[in-house]
Every structure is written in C-alpha cells, then in structure tokens.
Design a binder for this molecule. Structure first.
Ligand code: SF4
Ligand code: SF4
Length: 80
C-alpha cells in the first residue's frame, strides 16, 4: 500500500480501458499525464489540482481519482 501524505493525489488509470488517445494530456491544466506505449501515465500526480477535467474528458472513463466521483466532482466527506 502507498502511504497517503498530506496532499498526495491518487490517480489510477484503468489500463484495460485506456486507449492512449491523449485527451487527458491535452485537457489537464497541470500536464500531469503522459502517454507512453499507448497508455496514459500520471507522471506528475503530486501537482494535480483535483479539478476533475481529465475525468470529464476521458472518452473511455479510464481515469479514477481518489476523492472525486465518476463525473470528476469532489465527493463530500460525511465524517466531519
Ligand atoms: S483520455 Fe482516457 S483513454 Fe485517453 S489517454 Fe487519457 S486515460 Fe487514456
Ligand atoms: S484532476 Fe485536473 S489537474 Fe488533476 S490530473 Fe485531472 S485534469 Fe489534471
């Protein structure tokens, strides 16, 4: 398991869904993604703003970010 720090965004690319189209590279304002061997990789995930733009623009719904729902909207915490 990866240790979760104060601000470490957890981005997961579903490899079997990603088609390497590069839309996430094009739309991410922080250049978090690179496409390597026709698969997206979150190479700069520490600078992610959690804006959800990549999730909304991925045609294959291949991007998951911890704390954001499938529309890229922040999931409200109910515990505090
Ligand atoms: S937009 Fe989605 S399908 Fe396209 S490269 Fe990025 S993760 Fe893969
Ligand atoms: S949530 Fe925003 S900043 Fe983070 S990877 Fe997606 S588009 Fe880039």
């Amino acid at each position: 398991m990866e240790t979760i720090g104060i601000k470490q965004t957890q981005i997961t690319i579903l490899d079997n869904a990603c088609v390497g189209c590069g839309e996430c590279v094009k739309y991410c304002p922080m250049s978090v993604f690179a496409v390597v061997n026709r698969k997206a990789l979150p190479v700069e995930q520490d600078i992610c703003l959690e804006c959800g733009t990549c999730i909304r623009n991925c045609p294959e719904k291949a991007i998951r970010i911890a704390g954001l729902d499938e529309q890229g909207i922040l999931i409200k915490e109910t515990t505090h």
